[in-house]
Design a protein around this ligand. Structure first.
Ligand code: ASP
Length: 336
């Protein structure tokens, strides 16, 4: 039996073609996709399409867009064996992370892909990214996860980050191995792929947007941190620290962070480094944070951390519940 794959088109560079008259890049009519990529007719699966009302650049993505995607998947879940989401690369890792928390007990592949060059450009990477993403979604080897497929590599979505805007290998995942490599053969790393859950899919909606990513830098004034207390609705901060989770050890800095925590704000420590993990027990500069109640974010990416914070702050009203859940691994985003 041929598998059934639903392609959900949202926008991004992948959906652009050149207007012959003006030479400008414009979103193409998604209904003509098989004219653009005739190879789609020859794949060994049934393909159906769903296009968002309006194609967007992924810089315009908001939590309501994640909810819309999750609800399409929820509604169509039983009709299809896998889902491919065409998405701009800029915020693809945020969408993948958010979906990984929303789609609890996901038992089917949800593969996000996009491209660095538009579909209508001769050297485009769009065709091969899309074709292989569909093949993975329809593969006999089941990958029941939210993934990003890009330039021959299949990443766990909440472990990936966009690290270059100019090369074809736009994504990397330094803290977790790739789930598959598409060479001459498709080679899956079975040990790394999450097992198929026994329970039924449960889609959790809602995000709390009253959060912030605060990137430390030498010279960041405690007065600026103190000013954050003025934002009465602020509930959570992802603190991007140095190296293995280190921050200034001055009393002024630590007092400012501690004041935020005492005001009820949850502070999560993740590193500015793409590889490695936060260890708040290693250096005095990390221990200081631990002692005032900052939570260690381990080896999570910024994208996985901020979307997890938004997700949990909406789900739990008590701060201790949010803190407890932040420390747990929910969808393979965190090594314990
Ligand atoms: N700005 C585009 C987007 O993220 C870039 C891309 O698709 O690669 O929507």
């Amino acid at each position: 039996m041929k598998k059934r794959v639903l392609i959900i088109y949202t926008g991004g560079t992948i959906g652009m073609i050149r207007d012959h008259k003006t030479k400008a890049l414009i979103p193409f009519n998604f209904r003509t996709i098989t004219d653009q990529i005739p190879e789609l007719k020859h794949l060994n699966c049934h393909i159906a399409f769903h296009a968002s009302q309006k194609a967007i650049d992924s810089s315009d993505v908001q939590p309501a867009f994640w909810e819309e995607l999750a609800s399409i998947i929820e509604k169509k879940y039983h009709q299809y064996d896998g889902f491919v989401i065409l998405h701009g690369t800029d915020t693809m890792a945020y969408t993948a992370s958010a979906l990984s928390y929303m789609l609890e007990n996901l038992g089917k592949p949800v593969i996000l892909t996009g491209s660095q060059l538009p579909l209508g450009v001769i050297r485009t990477d769009a065709k091969r990214n899309l074709i292989t993403a569909i093949e993975i979604a329809a593969s006999k080897k089941l990958v029941p996860e939210v993934c990003i497929y890009f330039n021959s590599q299949l990443f766990r979505g909440n472990r990936a980050e966009k690290f270059t805007s100019s090369k074809f290998d736009a994504f990397q995942s330094l803290n977790f191995p790739v789930l598959a490599e598409a060479g001459v053969e498709m080679v899956f790393d079975e040990r790394m792929i999450l097992p198929k859950p026994k329970k039924k899919l449960k889609v959790n909606y809602g995000f709390n947007e009253h959060v912030l990513v605060l990137k430390l830098f030498p010279g960041l004034s405690p007065a600026v941190i103190d000013a954050l207390s003025e934002i009465k609705s602020l509930r959570g901060i992802v603190l991007e620290t140095f190296g293995s989770g280190n921050a200034p050890s001055t009393k002024k800095f630590l007092d400012s962070i501690e004041r935020l925590i005492k005001n009820g704000i949850v502070v999560l420590n993740i590193s500015q480094c793409s590889g490695g993990m936060v260890n708040q027990n290693k250096y005095e500069t990390g221990i200081g944070l631990r002692d005032i109640g900052v939570i260690s974010g381990g080896d999570m990416t910024t994208e996985a951390a901020i979307t997890k914070m938004m997700f949990l702050l909406n789900r739990y009203s008590s701060r201790s519940d949010v803190k407890r859940e932040l420390k747990k691994d929910h969808a393979g985003e965190l090594s314990l």
